[in-house]
Ligand binder design. Structure first.
Ligand code: ATP
Ligand code: MG
Length: 219
């Protein structure tokens, strides 16, 4: 469950003050697939990064799975994020000296602990299962730089899912892929939502928004 009340965010820029989010309220139940719409510069990416806990609104409240994430200190917030939220940002990139599977596994090692051999094996198994589920298991050993745009997006989705988050946020997930790949990627999100994950995508693309349950308009 994701509940936002009166979220507001402004930026002071050389152009003056811009009000990006204005008293935005919404409630999203588990297993929903939600599109975030609005023209370029409306604040879609800002909203996703607030939900991901990467920046704070100026006003408003935000509860994720019952936790008031705006009141968490940095350490608790980053632990909360790592466990609950998968985020694919608009400028996502890979570590190019690591293979596809090592990129996918990476976030599982970022919980500040040393992992036993058995845990590493379990993480590797999970990464392989995700690659398989996303139809890119054959690319496990490849370098991400050698993949197509659509393949890249799938690796990003796998990496965002490695810690089994209940919420997946994706910013323009079908940018720079063709219609076929757009359909395939959106089908993946639809399936994940049907399995119980909450999916939010920011998108301009009507094709991508078709399979959403509903949308939040940022104006
Ligand atoms: N850190 C910042 N400092 C100043 N202005 C910012 C900052 N972040 C975002 N903005 C401005 O806030 C507005 C909203 O930005 P945002 O990236 O959320 O838009 P968007 O809806 O995702 O756009 P697009 O569809 O082009 O991705 C833009 O005008 C942007 O320039
Ligand atoms: Mg954006």
């Amino acid at each position: 469950m994701l509940q936002a009340q009166n979220l507001s965010k402004s930026f002071i820029t050389p152009r003056g003050r811009i009000d990006v989010l204005k008293n935005l309220s919404f409630s999203i139940s588990d297993g929903s697939f939600i599109g975030i719409t609005g023209k370029s510069g409306a604040g879609k990416s800002t909203l996703l990064s607030i939900i991901a806990g990467l920046q704070k609104p100026d006003n408003g409240t935000l509860a994720i799975n019952g936790t008031d994430i705006l009141s968490l200190d940095d350490k608790k917030l980053s632990m909360f994020r790592n466990k609950n939220i998968g985020f694919i940002s608009q400028e996502q990139s890979f570590l190019e000296n690591l293979s596809v599977i090592d990129n996918v596994r990476l976030p599982a090692f970022l919980d500040g602990r040393k992992h036993s051999k058995a845990e590493v094996a379990e993480i590797t198994k999970r990464a392989r299962e995700l690659l398989q589920k996303l139809g890119i298991e054959h690319l496990a050993a490849s370098n991400p730089a050698t993949l197509s745009g659509g393949e890249n997006h799938r690796v990003l989705i796998a990496r965002a899912l490695i810690n089994s988050p209940s919420i997946l946020l994706a910013d323009e997930p079908t940018d720079s892929v063709d219609v076929e790949q757009t359909k395939a990627i959106i089908q993946i999100f639809r399936r994940l939502a049907d399995e119980g994950k909450t999916i939010l995508i920011a998108s301009h693309n009507p094709e991508a928004l078709k399979l959403c349950d509903s949308s939040i308009a940022v104006i």
